[in-house]
Design a protein around this ligand. Structure first.
Ligand code: DGY
Length: 323
């Protein structure tokens, strides 16, 4: 029987590409140039499996060009809001993701952003690197103390919990969170955290608000102008979730007016575009979507995709099926 034809849309860690090539008839993307809509549409007609990632947009329209050959989308990443899941389902295409393996590294990046924006790490690094530092002084680049402050987490899944743990047990912070479903208080206490009823309850008392909920329609612009205004004066916003969870224009306005003190961002509404205004603000730390970017995690993510599509083509249930 011919081996399933697989398309990998971007370059992946070498060990994962090697394993895919052993098991499947694989087309790789050694140049690592993102595919356009036409190429992705063609891929759905030509390959048994397409392995996309966050840089590939797969809206409903792309699934209309029947007959489709693709039976599974093995997404490289835990977030899958770039795929129209309903359309994939309607065309009988399974979708899998890669949960669990990027929890710690993404929580680390949220912590890095929190510390950087509070302690003015980006500004300091730019100053030292440019040779503009004129020496130590009692009032030089004075930031905000983290220990003892309140952090509010929106979304208490795996990454939200790992972040709570770091904040509470690592940095002596108090932690509250909002989560759509109720979390057992004993479970929350393991992470040093307490659940509040509404997003507004969290915003009102938090010195730092960190977003850990999924992107997509349900959380589109969850943080909008009125919620930014509802944040505690002088608070900071951290986003390592998805860009569309925050209304970027409202965020820019809130930063310009001083409604909030600063922001640490790893994700944006129209990646890779980081709005010029955000890039120009000293009180904003901007990273290029690095949450899961460690050798260990990216390899583990790829291996999860291998497990998912191997199970699928062996006739077993893929372990991380989301549709
Ligand atoms: C994820 O896994 O969702 C990362 O943000 C990369 O897509």
């Amino acid at each position: 029987m011919p081996r399933p034809r697989i398309l990998v849309t971007r370059r992946w860690p070498h060990a994962v590409e090697a394993m895919l090539s052993e098991r499947f008839d694989v087309t790789l993307n050694p140049r690592d140039v993102a595919l356009g809509a036409a190429e992705l549409g063609k891929a759905l007609r030509d390959y048994d499996a397409v392995l996309p990632t966050v840089s590939d947009k797969l809206p409903a329209a792309l699934f209309e060009a029947a007959p489709l050959r693709t039976r599974i989308l093995g997404n490289f990443g835990v977030g899958f809001n770039h795929i129209d899941i309903a359309a994939a389902k309607a065309h009988g295409i399974a979708v899998t993701n890669t949960p669990g393996v990027l929890t710690d590294c993404t929580a680390d990046i949220a912590m890095l952003l929190l510390l950087s924006v509070a302690r003015r790490g980006g500004e300091g690094e730019r100053q030292a690197r440019s040779g503009n530092w004129v020496g130590w002084s009692p009032t030089h680049l004075v930031g905000t103390k983290v220990t003892g402050k309140m952090v509010g987490i929106i979304g208490f899944g795996r990454i939200g919990r790992a972040f709570a743990q770091r904040c509470h047990f690592g940095f002596g912070m108090d932690v509250v969170f909002y989560n759509r479903s109720a979390i057992d208080p004993h479970e929350a206490a393991r992470y040093g955290a307490e659940q509040l009823h509404t997003v507004e309850d969290v915003l009102a008392i938090s010195d730092f608000v960190s977003l850990h909920c999924p992107g997509g329609t349900e959380n589109h612009h969850l943080i909008n102008a009125s919620r930014l205004t509802a944040m505690k004066p002088g608070a900071f916003l951290i986003n390592t979730a998805r860009g569309d969870v925050v209304d970027e224009q409202a965020l820019i306005a809130a930063l310009e007016s001083g409604t909030i003190r600063g922001a640490g961002l790893d994700v944006y509404e129209a990646e890779p575009n980081v709005p010029e205004k955000l890039r120009g603000m000293e009180n904003v730390v901007v990273l290029p979507h690095l949450g899961s970017a460690t050798e260990e995690t990216r390899t583990a993510m790829g291996m999860k995709v291998v497990d998912n599509i191997t199970a699928f083509f062996d006739g077993r249930e893929p372990p991380d099926r989301v549709a």
